[in-house]
Design a protein around this ligand. Structure first.
Ligand SMILES: Nc1ncnc2c1ncn2[C@@H]1O[C@H](COP(=O)(O)OP(=O)(O)OP(=O)(O)O)[C@@H](O)[C@H]1O
Length: 302
């Protein structure tokens, strides 16, 4: 890479819309191509929902923020949520009828993977598939949901095993990055969290994986440790907090009415974005920023 080459590179990286202007705004336009974006969250926060939605929005034409592309969806937790994908695709189909002639699910190639070695093994096949894809829409999105599940139980806590684990992290992420660069792909991987015990970082420094995040009232940090934190380009965190609606009666007694989940998307680190955050909801039709949902509710009332 020479300084001249650097200047010739396009200044703006293509992004894939998430299908909601509020979420796209928070992410500077969507999920970037040519790099790996990680979605981190505890179970049930919406990682899979966001990935399924992305596999649909990637099919949108480029002027509408999509990649005009099909996708490869690798799931490591079983079973694959095909009923939910079908539900989302129906909602998507009805909001973009002229674009989708056929079934959007036909442009999502689903593959189950059971182990990190199997994952590494299929990378070459995946490259050939992306290169030779004869489908109507070329593959421009790869989702791995979830990367953490591949490393959960297979490795012992010994130096040799930890070294083998890190080596697999670098091999898998290296291949994903080279695929992303070669074919202009957006790569999205999901990761779990673990509870953070003890102090945060060294002398309060937030380095890679050591930054603690908060979800369901617990301090958590992304699973897989510092070695994996260096394998991804951008890290997004989905948090959930239960809120209790309280009501005070005339005697001053507090009645707990109901609880509701508030969900937030945080940018933890990304080369092209500042730290930022936005609130979202998950509905039957997909994931949407709260601003958009509130405006829709106001329109319905009016
Ligand atoms: N049809 C639907 N309508 C509304 N909300 C839904 C629907 N389907 C799923 N959800 C919401 O999505 C949440 C599950 O999200 P998701 O499966 O993406 O979690 P996750 O972060 O991938 O969890 P895990 O790590 O366990 O896979 C549920 O708790 C539910 O609130």
């Amino acid at each position: 890479m020479t300084p001249e080459n650097l200047l010739l590179r396009p200044l703006i990286t293509q992004k894939c819309t998430l299908g909601c202007p509020d979420l796209d705004r928070c992410l500077g336009g969507g999920i970037p191509c040519n790099s790996i974006t990680e979605l981190v969250a505890e179970s049930g926060c919406g990682k899979t929902q966001l990935c399924l939605q992305l596999a649909l929005t990637a099919q949108l034409p480029i002027p509408l923020g999509g990649l005009s592309a099909s996708s490869i969806y690798i799931h490591t937790e079983f079973p694959f949520p095909s009923r939910r994908l079908h539900q989302l695709s129906l909602a998507f189909h009805s909001s973009h009828p002229p674009i989708f002639g056929g079934d959007p699910c036909d442009y999502i190639f689903v593959q189950g993977v059971h182990s990190a070695d199997q994952m590494l093994g299929i990378m070459t096949k995946m490259e050939q598939f992306v290169e030779n894809s004869r489908t109507q829409l070329p593959v421009r999105l790869i989702v791995i949901d979830s990367i953490a599940a591949l490393f959960r139980s297979e490795f012992d806590n010994t130096p040799v095993e930890l070294k083998r684990r890190s080596s697999l992290f670098f091999k898998i992420s290296g291949k994903l990055k080279s695929l992303a660069k070669r074919f202009g792909l957006a790569v999205v991987v999901t990761n779990q969290v673990v509870d953070l015990v003890g102090s945060e970082g060294i002398n309060g420094l937030r380095i890679g994986n050591l930054a603690s995040l908060c979800s369901s009232g617990r301090r958590v940090c992304p699973a897989l440790g510092l070695a994996w934190a260096n394998c991804v380009n951008s890290r997004l965190f989905l948090a959930r907090h239960e809120e209790v609606d309280k009501e005070e009666n005339e005697l001053g007694d507090v009645n707990l009415q109901s609880t509701r989940s508030r969900r937030r998307l945080h940018v933890v680190f990304a080369p092209h974005l500042p730290e930022s955050c936005c609130e979202f909801v998950i509905t039957r039709k997909g994931i949407f920023g709260v601003e958009r949902e509130q405006n829709a509710a106001k329109r319905n009332e009016a």
